[in-house]
Design a protein around this ligand. Structure first.
Ligand code: BG6
Length: 482
């Protein structure tokens, strides 16, 4: 069993969770800047994400205390990226996934010309990546729509946001396209339905009608935007590749009772809706029917169907952390996963945050996705959030993280051996960063430890964990030495 030569190895980051410098370089505020720190919340609440009101957003923007809004500080990647890239290169990365903050280029989303300071920052970042031999994989939108668009017209609910996003994307392609050849449109695009504020800048209290309808409207607008910028990229850089990005929430029936199987199938239909549209080019009729019965109508305008059909993505990327099960039993015990609550699987262990660890589920997911779409796949997030202990001699011993990755790599390699076309693997996250759901840094994912606590205290220094040296060895051997 072996991975192909040229298999891409690396890690994944998101601007809003690492950059910090939220008011520097002409950047405007994004929805991530009002995400609060949730230190003692019941883990189940993490799954529910952030609900905001106009009043809470306005107050948050006036409040300059970064303690409560840790994403404003991030891990100071904005200033420290050369050091971080050097560490990634030392681990042997060939690829690094990063995202571009829309509000660094267009502070409110509506400017006609980009903010040149923002352009210069990303140019410097991509040039440095080129210098250290790491290829960028760039997400255009990762949970950070401009707050100005959220306040003005509920972000992606209004169709005009498509045009604004096209303008932003054109700037990215024109200014960075000579350095960036792999792009992703929207991170975990399906997340719009679970956390409409984070994904779409939708403020629930100001939605007219149902939030579910508004979320599907916004999702449709992102589908259209994704197809439109796919067309744009191909016109500008025909050799570049662009992918969609799905939260792979693989779900098993909790029992073999046919009702549990049917409930799981219904869930799966909506899980695959996004890839059906973005990779296969159309809404599947059964999913449309299911939405109709939920009172949701997709706001097609003339030309949408053709645009979606004619401009599917080149490859499918996804995040994979955990699996869950589905049951019709209302008393079944539930546990959180990545922005969801699912029914607990009795055969799996859970992390402190309740996410159920399932390496075999990664193989199942790879095979399911490849069998369904026959397009190249890319694992663009996978990892384990844990508390780490820094020893007196400045070390972090993290055998649990090594064990998690080793077991997932074994399954990934097996799937490739079974015939899955996999472009690469980038872990979430190669360096400790601010959690998307709880804004903690103490939910640590990295091979690199960041000396910073949840309140932002610490030197910010970077330290190699034991897993750093293990991942370095895995990459050097292209996965043969686990
Ligand atoms: C994915 C997101 O859903 O999961 C990342 O794309 C996020 O932004 C990651 O950080 C892990 O989730 P969390 O809540 O533990 O940070």
């Amino acid at each position: 069993m072996a991975l192909p030569k040229g298999f891409r190895w690396g890690g994944a980051l998101a601007a809003n969770q690492v950059e910090g410098a939220w008011r520097e370089g002409g950047r405007g505020p994004a929805v991530s800047d009002v995400a609060t720190y949730k230190p003692k919340a019941d883990p189940k609440e993490y799954a529910l994400h952030h609900v905001n009101t106009v009043a809470s957003i306005t107050a948050a923007l006036e409040d300059d205390d970064t303690v409560y809004y840790p994403k404003r500080r991030g891990i100071d990647f904005y200033h420290r990226y050369p050091e971080d890239l050097a560490l990634f290169a030392e681990m042997g990365f060939t690829t690094l996934r990063v995202s571009i903050a829309w509000t660094r280029l267009y502070p409110t989303g509506e400017e006609l010309e980009p903010n040149e300071e923002g352009v210069a920052y990303y140019l410097a970042l991509f040039e440095e990546m080129q210098r250290v031999g790491i290829e960028p994989l760039v997400t255009l939108s990762h949970y950070d729509p401009p707050i100005a668009l959220a306040l003005k017209h509920n972000g992606w609910v209004e169709r005009r946001t498509i045009e604004l996003f096209e303008r932003f994307s054109r700037t990215c392609f024109e200014r960075f396209g000579h350095l960036v050849k792999m792009w992703l449109t929207f991170n975990e695009i399906d997340g719009m339905i679970r956390h409409p504020f984070t994904s779409g800048g939708i403020i629930e209290e100001t939605v007219e009608g149902s939030v579910l309808q508004a979320s599907y409207t916004a999702l449709h607008h992102q589908f259209v935007a994704s197809a439109s910028v796919t067309r744009m990229l191909k016109e500008l850089w025909p050799e570049a590749q662009i992918g969609c990005m799905l939260t792979m929430l693989t779900t098993y029936p909790n029992t073999c009772h046919p009702d549990d199987v049917a409930a799981t199938q219904a869930k799966e239909r909506l899980l695959y809706l996004c890839t059906d549209v973005q990779a296969a080019g159309a809404y599947p009729s059964l999913a449309l029917n299911a939405l109709g019965r939920m009172g949701v109508e997709i706001p097609f305008v003339e030309g949408d169907v053709e645009l979606l059909r004619e401009h599917p993505v080149d490859f499918i990327s996804f995040s994979y952390y955990m699996t869950m099960t589905e049951s019709v039993n209302p008393d079944a015990e539930r546990t959180p996963g990545n922005t969801v609550l699912g029914v607990k699987n009795p055969f799996l262990e859970s992390s402190e945050w309740g996410w159920q660890i399932d390496p075999v589920g990664l193989r199942i997911s790879l095979i399911d996705l490849y069998d369904r779409y026959n397009k190249p796949l890319f694992i663009v997030e996978n990892g384990l959030g844990m508390r780490d202990e820094l020893t007196d001699d400045g070390k972090v011993h993290d055998p649990y993280r090594i064990d998690y990755f080793r077991r997932h790599f074994e399954q990934m390699i097996q799937a490739v051996d079974e015939g899955v076309d996999l472009m690469g693997y980038v872990s979430w996250a190669p360096i400790d960063l601010i959690s998307a759901s709880s804004s903690q840094i103490s939910k640590r994912y990295g091979f690199i430890y960041v000396d910073q606590d949840d309140l932002g205290n610490g030197s910010g220094d970077r330290l190699r964990k034991d897993s750093f040296f293990w991942y370095q060895k895995v990459i050097a051997s292209n996965g043969t030495d686990l």
